[in-house]
Design a protein around this ligand. Structure first.
Ligand SMILES: [Fe+2]
Length: 153
Protein backbone atom coordinates (compact mmCIF):
# COMPACT_ATOMS: atom_id res chain seq x y z
CA UNK A 1 0.00 0.00 0.00
CA UNK A 2 0.96 3.63 -0.15
CA UNK A 3 -0.06 6.64 1.96
CA UNK A 4 2.15 9.03 0.04
CA UNK A 5 -0.51 10.77 -2.10
CA UNK A 6 -3.40 13.17 -1.63
CA UNK A 7 -6.97 11.93 -2.15
CA UNK A 8 -7.11 13.94 -5.38
CA UNK A 9 -3.94 12.33 -6.73
CA UNK A 10 -5.12 8.87 -5.67
CA UNK A 11 -8.46 9.22 -7.48
CA UNK A 12 -6.96 10.71 -10.65
CA UNK A 13 -4.20 8.11 -10.91
CA UNK A 14 -6.47 5.13 -10.19
CA UNK A 15 -9.17 6.39 -12.61
CA UNK A 16 -6.49 6.60 -15.30
CA UNK A 17 -5.26 3.12 -14.39
CA UNK A 18 -8.82 1.75 -14.60
CA UNK A 19 -9.10 3.13 -18.13
CA UNK A 20 -5.76 1.59 -19.02
CA UNK A 21 -6.82 -1.74 -17.47
CA UNK A 22 -10.02 -1.75 -19.55
CA UNK A 23 -8.16 -1.08 -22.79
CA UNK A 24 -5.58 -3.73 -21.95
CA UNK A 25 -8.39 -6.25 -21.34
CA UNK A 26 -9.89 -5.52 -24.76
CA UNK A 27 -6.52 -5.82 -26.49
CA UNK A 28 -5.63 -8.92 -24.46
CA UNK A 29 -8.79 -10.78 -25.47
CA UNK A 30 -8.53 -9.67 -29.09
CA UNK A 31 -4.94 -10.94 -29.28
CA UNK A 32 -5.91 -14.27 -27.70
CA UNK A 33 -8.92 -14.68 -30.03
CA UNK A 34 -6.68 -13.96 -33.04
CA UNK A 35 -4.25 -16.59 -31.70
CA UNK A 36 -7.12 -19.10 -31.80
CA UNK A 37 -8.64 -18.08 -35.11
CA UNK A 38 -5.65 -17.22 -37.33
CA UNK A 39 -5.36 -19.27 -40.54
CA UNK A 40 -3.06 -19.37 -43.55
CA UNK A 41 0.46 -20.34 -44.66
CA UNK A 42 2.03 -18.37 -41.76
CA UNK A 43 -0.28 -19.96 -39.20
CA UNK A 44 2.32 -21.36 -36.84
CA UNK A 45 4.59 -18.32 -36.54
CA UNK A 46 1.62 -15.94 -36.21
CA UNK A 47 -0.12 -18.21 -33.68
CA UNK A 48 3.07 -18.28 -31.56
CA UNK A 49 3.73 -14.54 -31.90
CA UNK A 50 0.19 -13.75 -30.74
CA UNK A 51 0.67 -16.11 -27.79
CA UNK A 52 3.81 -14.20 -26.71
CA UNK A 53 1.88 -10.94 -26.90
CA UNK A 54 -1.25 -12.04 -25.04
CA UNK A 55 0.89 -13.59 -22.29
CA UNK A 56 2.54 -10.18 -21.75
CA UNK A 57 -0.83 -8.43 -21.83
CA UNK A 58 -2.25 -10.87 -19.27
CA UNK A 59 0.65 -10.07 -16.93
CA UNK A 60 0.04 -6.39 -17.60
CA UNK A 61 -3.57 -6.73 -16.37
CA UNK A 62 -2.27 -8.14 -13.11
CA UNK A 63 0.37 -5.41 -12.68
CA UNK A 64 -2.10 -2.61 -13.32
CA UNK A 65 -4.92 -4.05 -11.15
CA UNK A 66 -2.49 -4.57 -8.28
CA UNK A 67 -1.22 -0.99 -8.62
CA UNK A 68 -4.86 0.13 -8.27
CA UNK A 69 -5.14 -2.01 -5.09
CA UNK A 70 -1.91 -0.51 -3.76
CA UNK A 71 -3.72 2.85 -3.73
CA UNK A 72 -6.57 1.24 -1.75
CA UNK A 73 -9.05 1.34 -4.66
CA UNK A 74 -10.91 -1.78 -5.77
CA UNK A 75 -10.12 -3.40 -9.10
CA UNK A 76 -13.21 -4.03 -11.30
CA UNK A 77 -15.11 -7.17 -10.25
CA UNK A 78 -16.72 -8.16 -13.54
CA UNK A 79 -16.51 -7.62 -17.30
CA UNK A 80 -19.30 -5.03 -17.40
CA UNK A 81 -17.59 -2.88 -14.76
CA UNK A 82 -14.18 -3.51 -16.34
CA UNK A 83 -15.15 -2.62 -19.90
CA UNK A 84 -17.17 0.50 -19.18
CA UNK A 85 -13.89 2.43 -19.11
CA UNK A 86 -12.54 1.04 -22.39
CA UNK A 87 -11.77 3.37 -25.29
CA UNK A 88 -10.34 0.71 -27.64
CA UNK A 89 -12.99 -1.18 -29.62
CA UNK A 90 -13.51 -4.94 -29.42
CA UNK A 91 -13.27 -6.97 -32.60
CA UNK A 92 -16.55 -8.03 -34.21
CA UNK A 93 -15.07 -10.43 -36.72
CA UNK A 94 -12.17 -12.78 -37.31
CA UNK A 95 -10.24 -11.16 -40.18
CA UNK A 96 -7.52 -12.69 -42.38
CA UNK A 97 -4.02 -12.86 -40.89
CA UNK A 98 -2.52 -9.67 -42.35
CA UNK A 99 -5.58 -7.68 -41.22
CA UNK A 100 -5.21 -9.21 -37.74
CA UNK A 101 -1.62 -7.93 -37.68
CA UNK A 102 -2.71 -4.46 -38.79
CA UNK A 103 -5.55 -4.31 -36.22
CA UNK A 104 -3.21 -5.34 -33.41
CA UNK A 105 -0.47 -2.95 -34.56
CA UNK A 106 -2.95 -0.07 -34.44
CA UNK A 107 -4.32 -1.18 -31.04
CA UNK A 108 -0.83 -1.56 -29.55
CA UNK A 109 0.14 1.92 -30.75
CA UNK A 110 -3.06 3.31 -29.19
CA UNK A 111 -2.41 1.44 -25.94
CA UNK A 112 1.21 2.73 -25.93
CA UNK A 113 -0.17 6.27 -26.28
CA UNK A 114 -2.52 5.60 -23.34
CA UNK A 115 0.41 4.26 -21.30
CA UNK A 116 2.37 7.44 -22.10
CA UNK A 117 -0.55 9.61 -20.95
CA UNK A 118 -1.13 7.65 -17.72
CA UNK A 119 2.62 7.78 -17.05
CA UNK A 120 2.69 11.55 -17.59
CA UNK A 121 -0.29 12.04 -15.26
CA UNK A 122 1.34 9.91 -12.56
CA UNK A 123 4.59 11.82 -13.03
CA UNK A 124 2.76 15.12 -12.46
CA UNK A 125 1.92 13.82 -8.97
CA UNK A 126 5.46 12.52 -8.38
CA UNK A 127 4.28 8.87 -8.66
CA UNK A 128 7.41 7.34 -10.14
CA UNK A 129 6.23 3.78 -9.52
CA UNK A 130 3.20 4.13 -11.82
CA UNK A 131 5.28 6.12 -14.32
CA UNK A 132 7.91 3.35 -14.41
CA UNK A 133 5.20 0.70 -14.80
CA UNK A 134 3.66 2.59 -17.71
CA UNK A 135 7.08 3.11 -19.33
CA UNK A 136 7.64 -0.65 -19.19
CA UNK A 137 4.23 -1.25 -20.83
CA UNK A 138 4.94 1.37 -23.50
CA UNK A 139 8.29 -0.25 -24.31
CA UNK A 140 6.67 -3.67 -24.82
CA UNK A 141 3.81 -2.25 -26.90
CA UNK A 142 6.07 -0.28 -29.23
CA UNK A 143 8.29 -3.34 -29.71
CA UNK A 144 5.26 -5.54 -30.43
CA UNK A 145 3.91 -2.94 -32.89
CA UNK A 146 7.26 -2.99 -34.69
CA UNK A 147 7.15 -6.80 -34.90
CA UNK A 148 3.62 -6.71 -36.31
CA UNK A 149 4.60 -4.00 -38.78
CA UNK A 150 7.55 -6.16 -39.89
CA UNK A 151 5.23 -9.07 -40.72
CA UNK A 152 3.34 -6.78 -43.08
CA UNK A 153 6.32 -5.47 -45.08
FE1 LIG B 1 -3.05 -21.44 -27.30
Amino acid sequence: MTDHYTADARIKITDALKGYLADTAVVYYKTHAFHWNVEGPNFYSTHIMFEKFYTKLWKSLDDVAERIRTFGEKAPSNFIELLQNASIKETETSPVDHIMAKVLRDDYLLLAKNAREVGALAESFGDRVTTDLMTEKEMFLEKAAWMLQSTMS
